[in-house]
Design a protein around this ligand. Structure first.
Ligand code: UDP
Length: 373
């Protein structure tokens, strides 16, 4: 029988940061994950010298210097800047929406001309207070950009019409009137040279890590798959909060993503790490060419087509669907979670939040601060 201070369920970024900090404070930690590898959705796997982002593109970006310095303890980051392009039919545009986009779309040159066109389109729409993603997008960028670059992509990614989605999703995307293709406004950005898995590996040094271990199985008899009996004082749960409570108030909705990954016998397939396909009639949302995250010079390449789907049991949940209905339901689970003794809920699934990586690290450090106050 082995006794731990903490059982951490989920070896992703939240669980790893928490584990690292707990061990730094002399605590013993058992980490379990139902997958056969650590690092959750930031897991990268080396193939033919290329670090493949197995669960989709992950670009670390933050404006918080403390978080940037924190993550840099665990890897050296390169100077990658995310500058995706969007393909709509046979038209190609730079993202995020900026002067390169507008110039290509309307044949104009100056910010004044772009602003005038957008203002004209917005005026006709008569939207006072945007109530959903569609109205938010239209009242920010007008009809042309919405129709070509937002509508189809968003409906594919979320599987819901844009007028049934919350406005905040689109606020993630900058709009600017300079010729700047940097997808993010953040001060710090990059990809860890050598991939993300090493970061979690370092964070988990000193912890007992058991893979392919289901928490709900373990919770029954406190016995690991191979038979060891274990006990713990406190639990950090980073899985789906509704599943933890046996979906007692009904299931929360999530979106899932499926990747079709292919090795190609060419050196450079699409000339960019991320190419979005924004038309509704292309079944995938984007193609990732992994080598470009690290400026790879390999003779061959690996690409992943990304397909979005509704989550159902048996597939991986990726995105919480933070509309009013789900947020209200989540609140009921969160209230119950607050009463749960000796359990912390964390991460995208545990807190039902569309977190970026920097926010995950920040939230984990907040949980640490609270726990060890
Ligand atoms: N989006 C869009 N067109 C694009 C890229 C993004 O309309 O070409 C919208 C879409 O609604 C998406 C949101 O912006 O859900 C956020 O995109 P982001 O790239 O931040 O999503 P993530 O990388 O988290 O999947």
């Amino acid at each position: 029988m082995k006794k731990y201070d903490y059982l951490v369920v989920g070896a992703g970024l939240f669980g790893a940061v928490f584990s690292y900090e707990a061990m730094k404070r002399g605590k013993s930690v058992l980490v379990i994950d139902k997958r056969d590898h650590i690092a959750g959705n930031i897991y990268t796997k080396e193939e033919d010298g290329i670090n493949v982002h197995v669960y989709g593109a992950h670009i670390f970006h933050t404006s918080d210097k403390k978080i940037w310095e924190y993550i840099n303890q665990f890897a050296e980051f390169n100077n990658y800047i995310n500058s995706p392009v969007a393909i709509y039919g046979n038209e190609l545009y730079n993202l995020p929406f900026n002067m390169n986009t507008f110039s290509k779309m309307w044949g104009i040159k100056t910010p004044e001309e772009a602003k005038a066109i957008i203002a004209d389109q917005i005026k006709e729409l008569n939207i006072a207070e945007p109530k959903n993603l569609e109205e938010q997008a239209l009242s920010l960028v007008g009809t042309d950009v919405y129709e070509k670059l937002i509508k189809g992509y968003t409906q594919k990614q979320w599987g819901r019409p844009c007028d049934e989605l919350p406005a905040f999703i689109i606020k993630r995307l900058p709009l600017r009137f300079t010729y700047d293709n940097n997808y993010f406004n953040d001060r710090f950005q990059g990809i860890p040279m050598g991939g993300y898995t090493q970061i979690v590996e370092k964070m988990l040094e000193g912890a007992d890590v058991v893979l392919e271990q289901d928490y709900f199985e373990l919770a029954k008899e406190h016995k690991l798959k191979e038979g060891t009996e274990v006990a713990w004082d406190k639990l950090l749960f980073t899985g789906q909060i509704d599943e933890y409570f046996d979906s007692c108030y009904g299931p929360l909705e999530y979106r899932s993503v499926r990747f079709e990954t292919e090795k190609l016998d060419c050196e450079n397939y699409q000339g960019n790490a991320v190419v979005n396909y924004t038309a509704a009639d292309v079944p995938y949302t984007r193609i990732i060419e992994h080598k470009h995250f690290e400026f790879g010079k390999q003779p061959t390449t690996i690409i992943s087509r990304e397909y979005s789907s509704e989550w159902k049991p048996g597939v991986e949940p990726y995105y919480p669907v933070n509309n009013d209905k789900n947020n209200a339901l989540y609140q009921r689970y969160a209230d119950r979670a607050a009463k749960e003794q000796n359990v912390i809920f964390g991460g995208r699934l545990g807190q039902y939040k569309y977190y970026d990586m920097d926010k995950v690290v920040a939230a984990a450090l907040d949980a640490v601060a609270e726990e060890f106050a």
